[in-house]
Design a protein around this ligand. Structure first.
Ligand code: NHR
Length: 165
C-alpha cells in the first residue's frame, strides 16, 4: 500500500476533496493508495475535524513551538515519515499548507512533494491569490498542481483546471 500524507493549515477543503475522491474511487483497491494522515501546523485548523471523522489519523506540528524554520521542518519531516511503515510516504501533498519549506525539506521529498496552488501558475504565485486575480480583472481563474521545489510556487506543473470568473 502506498501512503499519502496531506498537509493543511486551515479549512482543508482541497484535502476533503481528495479524501472524498479516494473513497468514491476506492483508491485502496486500485491503485493501492491510502490517505495515511493529515498533518496541520495549526491546532485550530478546521480540516482536522473532517479528517478525524473520516477515520484518518491527524497530527499537529505547531510551527510556533520551534525556534526556526529548519527545526520546524525537521520535526514535520519526522512526523510525515512516521506515517509510512518504510518511513517513505509515496506522496506528500500541500493542500492549503501555509508555511514556506526549507531547501533541505524539499530535497528530502524530491519528486514526491506536490502543492495545490489556487491560481493558474505562473500567474499569481505567492499569497492572496484570489484577491490579486480579481483585482487584475481576470476572466478565468483556476488551480495548479505542481511539484514543489526550493523556489516558491515554481516547480514543474503536473495539472491545471480552468474556471470562468
Ligand atoms: N515551499 C517551497 N519551498 N516551495 C513551494 O513551492 C511552496 C512551499 C511552501 C508552501 C504553498 C504556497 C501556496 O500555494 C507552498 C509552496 C505559503 C506562503 C507564505 O508566504 C507562500 C506560498 C505558499 C504557501 N507563507 C508565509 C511564511 O512565512 C506565512 C503565511 C501565513 O501563515 O499565512 O511561511 O499558497
Amino acid at each position: 500500500m502506498k501512503n499519502i500524507v496531506i498537509l493543511i493549515s486551515g479549512g482543508g477543503s482541497n484535502m476533503a476533496a481528495i479524501v472524498c475522491t479516494a473513497q468514491r474511487e476506492h483508491w485502496e483497491r486500485a491503485p493501492g493508495v491510502r490517505i495515511a494522515a493529515v498533518i496541520s501546523n495549526r491546532a485550530d485548523a478546521g480540516g482536522l475535524a473532517f479528517a478525524r471523522e473520516q477515520g484518518i489519523a491527524t497530527h499537529v506540528v505547531d510551527h510556533k513551538a520551534y525556534t526556526d524554520r529548519a527545526a520546524f521542518d525537521a520535526a514535520l519531516a519526522e512526523r510525515i515519515d512516521a506515517q509510512d511503515p518504510q518511513g517513505h510516504p509515496a506522496l506528500v501533498v500541500l493542500a492549503g499548507f501555509m508555511r514556506v519549506l526549507t531547501p533541505d525539506f524539499v530535497r528530502h521529498y524530491a519528486g514526491r512533494l506536490v502543492n495545490i496552488h489556487p491560481s493558474l501558475l505562473p500567474a499569481f504565485a505567492g499569497l492572496h491569490t484570489h484577491a490579486r486575480a480579481l483585482a487584475a480583472g481576470c476572466r478565468f481563474a483556476g488551480a495548479t498542481v505542481h511539484l514543489v521545489t526550493e523556489v516558491l510556487d515554481d516547480g514543474p506543473i503536473l495539472a491545471q483546471a480552468v474556471v470562468p470568473v
